[in-house]
Design a protein around this ligand. Structure first.
Ligand SMILES: Nc1nc2c(ncn2[C@@H]2O[C@H](COP(=O)(O)OP(=O)(O)O)[C@@H](O)[C@H]2O)c(=O)[nH]1
Ligand SMILES: [Mg+2]
Length: 320
């Protein structure tokens, strides 16, 4: 039991157990059906070779991904990957020359302002901007970051990832055997994080804490596992709203070893715990939303919430 469908069936079961009125139960089923058909849309944007595809593969189970062909000429450069309730928009960054950049800028802005099918909300639920951690000339990256901050209304749902942190000092001070940075590299990466943070605060009056990580790689017989993907995954879940976070979490990669190495040095346990606790909060939000919609009594809401919280933990644990 780990699909979003299973999850919604389970949630419906728990909620309707506490709804005695037949009419309210029918209304509840409708709400749950609507939530079940919902999708979470994440834009992953960054220059060619920064590691967008590798990051997607490290984070998510892409085995059932359907690749969409751009039909809209305005967004022809954006690749769409649909995996059930999760949709990823793989979007090129800037730095391709004046003419092409102009087109990419338009693509990005259009996508960030696009509405979902209801017309009530923005289509894109979260943006992950990827920057190469070894990048010394940040001009183009800042241009991209500024563009996104200025065009996207959900400022608190912009994540900045510094990928290829293993290569940030040309591979020096990366402990290949233990797959982690040595203190010299950690210092370097922390300085990079701080300088990006400061630049964004000064220019955009916004606080964003970039996260450095490595998506890892496989290259013939050489391969390296990811580092800090657990932290990136946690940030994504934490920043998304209620059911959207759950949809995304249920698409977590089944390869556990992707989530074992991070800056907590505890085999992934710390971020796992934080992610599970965040998911429990999101599940609580879904329950409260559904109960409010059917105008159930206050007692029924609190009973349902505590029912869900006491039994849903194992559902989320099964993701690891
Ligand atoms: N050393 C290292 N290589 C990486 C990392 N992430 C991606 N790569 C490699 O960088 C190249 C470009 O990655 P890809 O995911 O195709 O980038 P995209 O063009 O943004 O989709 C590939 O050869 C990857 O194996 C990383 O964290 N560390
Ligand atoms: Mg790619």
């Amino acid at each position: 039991m780990r699909s979003y469908d299973d999850f919604m069936t389970y949630m419906s079961g728990v909620i309707s157990k506490n709804v005695s009125n037949e009419d309210e139960r029918l209304r509840l089923e409708k709400i749950m059906l609507r939530l079940r058909d919902d999708q979470a849309n994440i834009m992953i944007v960054g220059g060619t070779g920064v590691g967008k595809s590798s990051t997607i593969n490290a984070l998510f189970d892409t085995s059932d991904a359907r690749v969409g062909v751009g039909v809209d000429p305005e967004t022809i450069n954006i690749d769409r990957y649909e995996m059930g309730n999760l949709v990823l928009w793989d979007t090129p960054g800037l730095g391709h020359g004046i003419k092409e950049d102009e087109r990419h800028r338009k693509n990005i802005v259009n996508k960030l302002m696009e509405r979902d099918s209801s017309g009530k909300h923005l289509l894109i639920d979260l943006v992950l901007v990827l920057v190469d951690a070894s990048n010394r000339d940040m001009g183009t990256s800042y241009e991209l970051i500024d563009l996104i901050i200025n065009s996207y209304a959900h400022k608190d749902r912009i994540i900045i990832g510094l990928n290829q942190c293993d290569m940030a000092m040309k591979g020096r001070f990366w402990n290949f055997r233990e797959n982690r940075p040595e203190p010299q590299l950690t210092d370097f990466l922390k300085q990079k994080v701080d300088s990006i943070k400061r630049r964004i605060r000064d220019t955009n009056k916004l606080d964003i804490e970039p996260v450095y990580y490595s998506a890892g790689y496989t290259d013939g017989k050489e391969s390296q596992k990811p580092y800090n993907i657990s932290r990136l995954f946690y940030l994504i879940v934490k920043n998304l709203k209620s059911q959207k976070a759950i949809m995304v979490a249920l698409k977590k990669s089944r390869d556990r070893s992707n989530f074992e190495r991070d800056d907590n040095n505890d085999g992934g346990a710390g971020y796992r715990r934080k992610t599970e606790s965040s998911l429990l909060d999101k599940a609580r939000d879904v329950v409260e939303y559904a109960c409010e919609k059917i105008r159930d009594t206050f007692t029924a809401v609190t009973t349902t919430v505590s029912d869900v919280c006491s039994s849903i933990g194992s559902f989320f644990s099964s993701l690891w």
